[in-house]
Design a protein around this ligand. Sequence first.
Ligand SMILES: [Zn+2]
Length: 255
Amino acid sequence: MTANTHLFLCLKDNFGVLVHDSETGATAAIDAPEAAPVEAALKATGWQLTDILVTHHHNDPTAGIAALKRHHHCRVTAPRGEAARIPDVDATVAEGDSVKVGALSARVIETPGHTSGHISYWFEQDKLAFVGDTLFSIGCGRVIEGTPAMMWQSLLKLRALPDDTQIYCGHEYTDANIRFARTIEPQNRALAARAETAKQQLAQGHPTIPTTIGEEKAANPFLRADIPVVATAVGLAGKSAADVFAEIRERKNKF
Ligand SMILES: [Zn+2]
């Protein structure tokens, strides 16, 4: 079994991504921000859409589902806690459930905070994780329906994945995220290196993802709230990681 991925932009700054099982030909879209770019990606790859795996109920990851479902009769898998707010759902999943895309297999990780029922899909064997709007490259999603403590716990679950796990997120926000991260950890060398790489990628019109858990652990301040130097940087030395995380998230909201 081999998973192939195909990444593309939708709307203004949303990522769309296809995951394809070369053995069975099954292909999943992870979220569906817009039907047309997904159709274009299917045409470019020659893949047949069999599945849509939804991370959360917001309009941007779900707006393309109805049209894609009509055209491809694909199976729509969605988080159980949000299925009522997502169109055309066939299967609902929760923590620990397994989702098949042909012969590929993903484990569901509940990652609430951005929305209350947000989930991520971890293809362990293929070292891929699709994390929606929970973890971004050098950032994290806004805490809209949950609490900062809940979001921190969700990020810890993703941080516990193997370092070489490739991370696909819902938005191209890396440039702004790096500018913010440097206000928290101006001396972080991994962050400086990442800034240089991202600058080159963006200048060439390339996406800045996938990133990896290892890279994010080294440079993403939202995954580093339990490191003393980060707590000190935001004036909260000795406070809990959840408090430090909440402060960093609040600063980013105002950045
Ligand atoms: Zn969202």
